[in-house]
Design a protein around this ligand. Sequence first.
Ligand code: UT7
Length: 332
Amino acid sequence: MLNSKIVGLGHHVPETVVTNFDLEKKINTSDEWIKERTGIQERRFFKKGEDTVANMAAKAAKMALERAGVDKSEIEMIIFATITSDYYFPGSGVLLQRELGLGTIPCMDIKNQCSGFIYALETADNFIKAGKYKTILVVGGEIQSSVLDYSDEGRAVSVIFGDGAGVALVQATQEQDKGVLSTHLHSDGTYAEELAILDPGSSRPERLYKEMTNLDKTYCYMNGSMVFKHAVTKFPEVINEALEHNRKTVDDIDLLIPHQANLRISTAVGQRLGIADEKVYSNIQKYGNTTAASIPIAMSEAWAEGKIKDGDLVCLAAFGSGFTWASALIRW
Ligand code: UT7
């Protein structure tokens, strides 16, 4: 039986660092508020006319290929998780394919918000286990800074998000005890509008055109406390589901990489699970919440810092808009 294994990781974040103090100049907020509520100290914002979701992903992909010692000609498919694709359509997958010069390989975009990367990983894992493709580039990339509302109304949301991209190069392996052990995906549309951008949507009375004066619904709305409450319940639930499925316990986890939503959420999840702080990876302090990109960026950094070693048991987990939530257990 074939298994799938992450053989290379890469990430790219824009050069422009935006600190909480920088935000204080354009938003009615404070470094103290942001740090206390979220743990975030700074984030990266894209350079207009230069950085795009697809070209950041291309840089991340080149890093992953180089680290893995794999030639780009081996990539047979791209699965791209993003909610901020470069265009309304087509998705960013085809733009990345063009940017990397990957011929006519299939490209698929996945729009599953903060859980997008794990949904993309499960999709890749299944294609590989089915024997359809041997090498798949799994991507998470976002530019959030151009779709944030910097007014008082939007400030609780706009201080959280940042831009960047991360990739995992996933390959087929014959090794049975290595690679993606299992993935677990969930959704509950009951809460679809509690964390959402409604426009432009086909069900809306108006799309974006020059007579349209109310742009409110083109910005992200978040019922922060409701999202928080569900997140701290669903993260441990879906992590435990992965552990039980593989007959493992929390003590078996070498590194937990949660979607970087909020440091308070990661801390609460760690406490509920009873896992040591140093086993819960966090880089939200530097990048904010980069939605679908947060897990691959975190994995790539954790690997580079020597926090993911051969044989380690790594758990990925995410919660976000939809609501959607997911986990993956990986033996490195
Ligand atoms: O990745 C997607 C998943 N998203 C998440 O996981 C986010 C989950 N939610 C959260 O992390 C938190 O709800 C937030 C960090 C977004 C907000 O924290 P909160 O403790 O829920 O704040 P709040 O929205 O209830 O606002 C508390 C107070 C309000 O003032 P009053 O009414 O108490 O006077 C807000 O007006 O803080 C005020 N406020 C701000 N003050 C300074 C809201 N945003 C800001 C701001 N700066 N940026």
